[in-house]
Every structure is written in C-alpha cells, then in structure tokens.
Write a protein that binds this ligand. Structure first.
Ligand SMILES: [Cu+2]
Length: 96
C-alpha cells in the first residue's frame, strides 16, 4: 500500500514539474556565415521576454533557444525574431 502511495505521489510530482518546465526550441537557420551573424541572432533572442538562454551553432546552422520555466515561445515568434535579424528559418523543432 505504501509503495503504491509513493508511486502515485511521484507521478503527480512529475506531471506538475512538466507543466512548469522550460522548453527547448531548435530552429534551422539559413544565411548565417560568420560570428557576427551568431551575435546578431543571439542579441535578438535575448530581447524576447520568454527566452532564458540562446545558443547559435554556426556549423550546424542551428539556433537553440531555452525558455524560462513555465514559459513557451510559439513558432511564429521564433520565425519573426530570426527574420527580423536578417535570416531565414527552414525548420523548427521543440522538446521539453
Ligand atoms: Cu555574418
């Protein structure tokens, strides 16, 4: 009985933390060629309120954005941020 209760409680804890967790979004970006491009995109994302961290990989042409806990960023905002910085988005994927 006790182990069942513990199992139920940990299940509740897991689902609660999932709801409040941050989200990781990876965007494939076209047009980045140098370190200045990287800095420009990073700067643009740091101005977005829901963004906790951003990492741009020039080699893989991927922009990885981590949101703050419990916040999310929709595809339209990600795309707009990248386009406004002067680049094109070819795909977006996300994970928790
Ligand atoms: Cu550049």
């Amino acid at each position: 009985m006790r182990s069942i209760l513990i199992a139920v409680f940990s299940l509740i804890a897991v689902s609660a933390s999932t709801a409040a967790r941050a989200e990781t979004i990876v965007a494939n970006v076209n047009g980045m060629v140098c370190a200045m491009c990287v800095t420009g995109i990073e700067k643009s994302f740091r101005k977005v309120q829901a963004v906790d961290a951003v990492k741009v990989d020039l080699e893989t042409k991927k922009v990885t954005v981590r949101t703050k806990d419990g916040q999310s960023l929709d595809d339209a905002t990600v795309t707009k941020t990248i386009i406004n910085a002067g680049y094109a988005v070819t795909g977006i994927s996300r994970s928790r």
